[in-house]
Write a protein that binds this ligand. Structure first.
Ligand SMILES: Cc1ncc(COP(=O)(O)O)c(C=O)c1O
Length: 374
């Protein structure tokens, strides 16, 4: 057996769409870009969408579009992919961490207010592993203190709260399309917003600071090359057209795991959807119970890999990454819930094409290895 941790769901439709673009002269800045953006905005339920070449570039442009810079603070979570904190640092702003909730692994909304200072400009919540943050509470806090919100929805396409989609609860939000995501464009990201100015800024900055209609060598502001090619957009259009099918398949795999793993009392399973909250499954992450050490978790991972099962630690705490420790002086114990969760989590193989036999193989081996390591 060799079961990878993740894998894209690509059909002949995606291949045909990419090949058709290759047969044209518009490989970039062609018609597929606005088509993908229009489809995406309509799926999420927002006025504007700006495609970019990664989720990281999307987050960077949101920080810039909101005017966040030197000396400003952005409140966010230490339990995430590193880009959600780095994006503040790109502009000389400081990511200020708030510990997470042990049940959802998302930023603990009850601990946000105590971190607000006169320098705080924005809150950047991350819908970790596709489970939405409490955006109602976060919006109340932001409103009370006059703060902006950037939603990192990179892992949460299709998730919703009370029927309203993740990505619609903020000034601007970002989605990402790396191949391990629910839908992919190879590399890619999307900024969504109802604010025309933010959209125009994002579209200008992704294209070397050119404004709409300007010539190739005319630049109104500092910009970047964060463009997404028409090849990627064509792939995105087909994947987005299949999004309900893609999300349903992921739900089915999650259901298979929920059943197969339910008898292992040494692990806590990830929370699913409720009447109010719809989860979008990005990864399937189990957590060992409190009596397991980080060393035991690491040993379990090595043993799973030795049996051909792709798995990983999701996520190591951002504040303990070497350059965060060096720059901000963070140390172990600063964010105890994050550290505790982070030392016991294991992401196991999770993608649409995972078969029932493979789910059984992973689950049986996980159960067996946990007993061995105990
Ligand atoms: C929460 C989160 N934020 C940001 C990103 C960055 O996206 P990308 O890898 O497309 O730059 C990712 C992607 O892995 C992510 O999971």
């Amino acid at each position: 057996m060799n079961i990878p941790l993740s894998g894209p769901d690509i059909t002949a439709k995606e291949i045909d769409a990419v090949v058709s673009v290759l047969k044209t002269t518009s490989l970039s800045l062609g018609p597929k870009l606005p088509e993908f953006e229009k489809d995406f905005a309509s799926y999420i339920g927002v006025k504007n969408a700006a495609a970019v070449n990664s989720g990281t570039s999307g987050l960077h442009l949101c920080i810039k579009a909101l005017g966040i810079g030197e000396g400003d603070e952005v409140i966010t979570t230490p339990f995430s992919f590193i880009a959600s904190a780095n994006c503040a640092m790109f502009e000389g702003a400081k990511p200020v961490f708030v510990d997470i909730r042990p049940d959802t692994f998302n930023i603990d909304e009850k601990k946000i207010e105590e971190k607000i200072t006169k320098n705080t400009k924005a809150i950047l919540p991350v819908h970790v592993f596709g489970y939405p943050c409490d955006m109602i509470a976060i919006n109340k806090i932001a409103k009370k203190h006059g703060l902006k919100i950037i939603e990192d929805a990179c892992e949460a396409i299709g998730a919703s709260i009370g029927g309203k989609k993740a990505g619609t609860f903020s000034d601007c939000s970002v989605f990402a399309f790396y191949p391990n995501k629910q839908m992919t464009t190879g590399e890619g990201g999307m900024i969504v917003t109802d604010d025309e100015k933010i959209d125009a800024m994002a579209k200008s900055m992704r294209n070397q600071g050119r404004d709409e209609g300007m010539g190739w060598l005319a630049h109104n502001r500092l910009g970047y090359n964060y463009r997404l090619s028409d090849i990627n957009c064509a792939l995105g259009i087909v994947q987005l057209g299949r999004i309900n099918e893609l999300l349903e398949k992921r739900q089915e795999v999650a259901d298979m795991y929920n059943t197969a793993l339910s008898g292992i009392k040494e692990i806590i399973l990830p929370p699913g959807s409720t009447d109010e909250i719809k989860r979008s499954w990005f990864v399937y992450v189990v957590r060992l119970t409190q009596d397991f050490s980080q060393e035991q978790r690491n040993e379990i991972i090595l043993k799973l890999r030795a049996r051909g099962i792709g798995c990983n630690i999701y996520f190591p705490p951002i504040h303990l990454q070497p350059f965060y420790v060096e720059k901000f002086g963070y140390k172990e114990g600063d964010f105890p819930v994050t550290e505790s969760v982070s030392s016991r989590t294991i992401a196991i193989p999770f993608y649409n094409k995972l078969s029932k036999d493979e789910v059984t193989y992973v689950s049986d081996n996980l159960a067996e290895i946990i007993k061995e390591v105990r």
